[in-house]
Design a protein around this ligand. Structure first.
Ligand code: NAP
Length: 278
């Protein structure tokens, strides 16, 4: 029995989730499966993706398709929709979740990885959204959830490109949400604070202050996925999970810019501060 959507009547029937092999994407896939949604899961980590897909299909008796592909490549978004077309399926939900971080002073950080990040966070998300909207069934309710970050609210020293991509995604999402006011499409931007996923370790950031769980609250991917799913279903255009994180989001709205950038610098610095090459 599918869980009813209070606002619009029905939960998604087929959802695309990117970055679905790990962390929040994996938790979103599970959240969607518990609500009866079929899935197209996309991630570059093929073996982990297959393992997760097999578990979900078995536990929740939903259809789970996978695409092991790199979203920094220009043709990956089109491949996802070609796969659906080939299967005769139309997605009614898109979860743009894949992402990663690159840490260090911009002068010394890895430009190739930063460009890859812009491709994944900004370009692939734009492509997937355009394809999803173009191919949607307008008789159904359609939903896009973009995973940005609380990082969207302030410039981020030592993670300058990452924070900038997050601001791009928030702005893009809010503009789309307004364009689609009172139509068949809901667009929601999820802005989590720190989460307990492999994200910090992958980026070599476990000694950054933010990772400590204070002053921002570190949440589990499962809790964030549950709250993010609910926010999407309730038609919230932007959602920051966690009361303490919402307090910081509010402060970011009202604090003078120089003050919030200094705070961001402090919280994104290593416990042994970044002095030079890093
Ligand atoms: N964790 C946090 O504190 C936090 C806070 C705010 C926002 N977020 C955002 O939340 C989202 C999910 O992150 P997470 O914490 O769940 O991290 P995660 O556990 O590392 O999961 C991210 C997944 O995305 C995949 N991915 C990365 N680049 C990809 C690409 N080019 N093509 C296909 N798949 C790719 C990763 O594969 P690989 O493992 O192979 O890289 C990984 O499976 C990200 O957008 C992140 O920016 C995270």
């Amino acid at each position: 029995m599918r869980a009813p959507d209070q606002r619009t009547g029905s939960a998604p029937r087929l959802s695309i989730v990117t970055g679905a092999a790990s962390g929040l994407g994996r938790a979103f896939a599970e959240q969607l499966a518990t609500h009866g949604s079929g899935l197209l899961l996309l991630d570059r980590n093929g073996p982990l993706l297959e393992e997760s897909a097999a578990k979900l299909a078995k536990r929740y008796s939903v259809r789970v398709e996978t695409l092991a592909a790199d979203l920094s490549l220009a043709d990956t978004p089109a491949r996802a929709f070609e796969r659906l077309q080939h299967l005769g399926l139309t997605a009614d939900a898109l979860f743009n979740n894949a992402g990663f971080n690159v840490y260090g002073r911009f002068e010394y950080s890895d430009l190739d990885r930063e460009i890859e990040m812009i491709r994944v966070h900004s370009i692939a998300t734009t492509q997937l959204s355009k394809l999803f909207l173009g191919k949607r069934d307008r008789e159904q309710r359609n939903r896009i959830l973009n995973v940005s970050s609380i990082a969207a609210l302030v410039p981020g020293p030592f993670v300058s490109v990452h924070f900038a991509t997050r601001a791009h995604l928030l702005s893009f999402s809010l503009a789309l949400a307004e364009e689609f006011r009172d139509t068949d499409v809901d667009v929601s931007c999820l802005c989590p604070g720190p989460m307990a996923t492999p994200f910090f370790e992958t980026a070599g950031m476990t000694d950054v202050r933010l990772f400590s769980g204070w002053p921002l609250k570190t949440m589990s991917a499962t809790d964030v996925a549950t709250l993010g799913y609910r926010a999407l279903m309730d038609g919230k255009r932007m959602y920051v999970p966690g009361r303490r994180n919402r307090l910081f989001a509010f402060a970011a709205d009202i604090a003078p810019r120089p003050l919030k950038i200094r705070f961001a610098r402090w919280v994104m610095d290593r416990v042994q501060p970044v002095r030079d090459a890093n």
